[in-house]
Design a binder for this molecule. Sequence first.
Ligand code: AMP
Length: 187
Amino acid sequence: MYLVLLGPPGSGKGTQGNILAQRLGIPKIATGDLLRAAARDGTRLGKQAERYMTRGLLVPDSVILGLIEEVLASPDAATGVIMDGFPRTIAQAEAVDRLLRNRHAQVDGALLFDVPRDELVKRMIGRGRKEGRRDDTREAIEKRLIVYQQETEPLISYFRDRGVLREIEGAGTIECVAERVKEAIAA
Ligand code: AMP
């Protein structure tokens, strides 16, 4: 099963993705995690990406499309993937569709996590303190929310038009939201 986790930064995609991955027994792959690891390792990709990430901007598609191709071509992704943090642009969504089509698969579901803006900011500020993520600063958070609206929100209609969008109320406890995810997938 190929699932996309959609929603603004701080909406719980990572946390819920981990729970879901365990439950379904398919890997969750997060481009943000891969990029942060590459930046820590100081690879060419990491260095390129870091400049954008710290400013709250999207890493350009010219850089990301290769990474997505690698992820979806890996043996780990042979029977399914939970995609956390990608696709994030229409060009990326089209690339995902094309790559999955090559393996006779498609996006089976796109789960959209809906969380009020104030709650998103509160969560990210808290995470910045706890995990020291460099893009969880007030300035970068504001930028990331704007970028989400401009670049990623169009994916909501993209997946709705394909009949795979499932909207999930993302406020509430982790357990509560996990239960809603379970129901949305069963539906
Ligand atoms: P995340 O951990 O998903 O919040 O991603 C952190 C940052 O990594 C984003 O703000 C972007 O700078 C970059 N990033 C992660 N995934 C993508 C993607 N699919 N396309 C472009 N940039 C990305």
